[in-house]
Design a protein around this ligand. Structure first.
Ligand SMILES: C[S@@+](CC[C@H](N)C(=O)[O-])C[C@H]1O[C@@H](n2cnc3c(N)ncnc32)[C@H](O)[C@@H]1O
Length: 235
């Protein structure tokens, strides 16, 4: 039985086979990663597992040097549109009876849908126009860039939240890869999985990567309950 008390966000996610293709707005990225102008002007930025987020499109419009990477960026825009619509439908149905979320940034489900659709429209327009310059198909486990290629590397809503699907080896390899291609910082958000529980992998990563400086920082954004922290790795 599914009600507000026993809802498990990941049971909804499990209805989708393969990667979940949705995306967040530029405004959410700024809050999730606590990005300030001084962070953004330092150099190139890579958004890993960027999905249908409008971050790269908006940042590029504003003159920043940003690139997005995702497993699905070899697909035609029509295929991505179709995936986005299907995945949004499943996620919205799952949210209908949920108290695992904080309705603050979004006033209600309609507002959430509108913002996700805005992000998708911005993304797909840019994907059609600037596919070669802004969007690269690759696996996070093996980034096709030389060492220290980006000032900042971001990853939102792939690591830690899906620790029931993606094992620790994937997390460790991926984070090592992100560190390798970053010259300054790696930021990862969120750190919680379902029901507001922090993923055990967070502490494992801190224990296993002692040659870099890893901090957990509070951010002014929380949609998933307990999802108000990011990991910041200084290189
Ligand atoms: C839930 S979306 C997050 C999108 C965006 N980062 C955001 O927060 O709005 C997760 C994305 O990760 C991508 N993905 C999953 N596994 C991947 C991998 N091994 N390498 C690169 N991208 C991957 C999926 O294709 C999907 O677009």
């Amino acid at each position: 039985m599914s009600n507000a008390k026993n809802f498990d966000a990941n049971s909804t996610i499990n209805k989708i086979e393969g990667p979940i293709f949705i995306g967040r707005t530029w405004a959410e990225y700024l809050k999730m990663f606590d990005l300030k102008r001084k962070d953004l002007v330092k150099g190139r930025i890579l958004d890993c597992a960027a999905g249908a987020s409008s971050f790269t499109a908006e940042m590029s419009k504003n003159g920043y040097d940003v690139m997005a990477l995702d497993l699905l960026y070899n697909k035609d825009p029509d295929v991505l549109c179709d995936k986005y619509r299907k995945h949004m439908k499943v996620l919205i149905e799952g949210l209908a009876s949920v108290d695992s979320f904080v309705w603050n940034f979004f006033s209600d489900i309609e507002d959430l849908k509108e913002k996700r659709n805005d992000a998708f429209r911005e993304f797909i327009e840019d994907y059609k126009k600037n596919s070669k310059n802004h969007y690269i198909k690759a696996d996070l486990n093996n980034l096709p860039f030389p060492d220290n290629n980006f000032s900042m590397v971001l990853c939102s809503h792939l690591l830690f939240i899906y620790d029931h699907r993606l094992d620790y080896k994937f997390h460790l390899n991926t984070i090592k890869e992100m560190i390798r291609v970053a010259s300054n910082e790696v930021r990862i958000y969120p750190l919680v999985k379902n029901r507001g529980l922090k993923s055990d992998f967070v502490q494992c990563i801190i224990n296993d990567l002692q040659d870099v400086d890893i901090k957990i920082m509070k951010v002014n954004y929380e949609f998933r309950k307990g999802g108000n922290e990011m990991m910041i790795i200084k290189i």
